[in-house]
Design a protein around this ligand. Structure first.
Ligand code: NAD
Length: 290
């Protein structure tokens, strides 16, 4: 397949490299980042899109996606698939899908879970919204870049799944950190806390796979001085998207709202920017001490 790849940052770089290693022809474009080995550099997004069967975008946000999509859709050949893997708002995903459809193209929103490690290893999970035939076209590419792709329904549903997943992640991480800080105050040993909760009804991915307490559980950013991993500001971005979506459809999400407020304060005025999102634990420790 010929693939255009736009957005070669922390995630896109690895994904484009894996596609090129699997013998696809990959033409890449990024405003700043260099092309990985095996990827041919284009001078613009439109140039990367010309003649491509699939154009993949991996960009920072919905406003940038909309601007890039407008340029790229005009350059794509009829019947080609626009595959956006960025995490953006549901409205932007649906607006891009409408534009693509009007130009006789198919669009998929396919945000990912798995982080830069998953992008590097080709083990991402894709949650995908858009037409079934476009999903079938993209399936071989999902298999190279990831280990699982779930078709979630029509346009925007991939972003809906991502936002809901990450709202759960933010809430469970916060709850896990809060409980560790309380356990400290109650004189409970952290290893005992992990051993109990990780095998009891309070278990979660945040506790079991990404434990926020250093020296306890599997290796995680807590064991590396809370260097990200998944940065607190990216968690905040996703939580804000969840609240924007909740407001648009009048859904009641009090825990999502409270968690968004916590990460907002943490990132903007408590030194959380540049730290892993699990650094909520030292934040609670500092507050508890007072
Ligand atoms: P990044 O900032 O490292 O990469 C984005 C790239 O887009 C940058 O290299 C930037 O130069 C490029 N770019 C911006 N505007 C452009 C334009 N107009 N034309 C061409 N290139 C342009 O971000 P990332 O960490 O790779 O994340 C990309 C997306 O994936 C985001 O939406 C993010 O939320 C999502 N995501 C990231 C992770 C993660 O762990 N990093 C995990 C899951 C999802």
């Amino acid at each position: 397949m010929q693939i255009g790849f736009i957005g070669l940052g922390n995630m896109g770089h690895h994904m484009a490299r894996n596609l090129a290693s699997a013998s696809h022809t990959v033409v890449g474009f990024d405003l700043h980042a260099p092309c990985p080995a095996g990827v041919t550099a284009a001078a613009s997004g439109a140039e990367a899109a010309q003649g491509a069967d699939v154009v993949i975008t991996m960009l920072p946000n919905g406003a940038i996606l909309r601007a890039v999509a407008a340029e790229v859709i005009a350059a794509m050949k009829p019947g080609a698939v626009l595959l956006d893997c960025s995490t953006v708002d549901v409205d932007s995903a649906r607006a891009v899908a409408e534009q693509a459809e009007a130009a006789s193209l198919a669009a998929l929103d396919a945000p990912v879970s798995g982080g830069t490690g998953g992008a590097d290893a080709g083990t991402l999970t894709f949650m995908v919204g858009g037409p079934q035939n476009a999903f079938a076209t993209a399936q071989p590419l999902f298999e190279i870049m990831g280990q699982k792709a779930v078709h979630c329904g029509g346009a925007g549903n991939g972003q809906a799944a991502k936002i809901c997943n990450n709202m759960i992640l933010g809430v469970t991480m916060t709850a896990t950190c809060e409980a560790f800080a309380l356990a400290d105050k109650l004189g409970l040993d952290r290893q005992a806390m992990f051993d109990v909760v990780s095998t009891s009804s309070g278990y979660s991915w945040s506790m079991n796979a990404y434990c926020p307490a250093p020296g306890v559980g599997p290796d995680s950013p807590a064991d590396n001085d809370y260097k990200p991993g998944f940065a607190a500001e990216l968690m905040l971005k996703d939580l804000r998207l969840s609240q924007q979506a909740a407001e648009a459809v009048d859904a009641d999400t009090p825990l999502g709202q409270a968690t968004t407020a916590l990460y907002e304060t943490f990132v903007e005025s408590e030194g959380g920017a540049g730290q892993d999102f699990s650094a909520m634990l030292p934040r609670f420790e500092r507050k508890s001490r007072g």
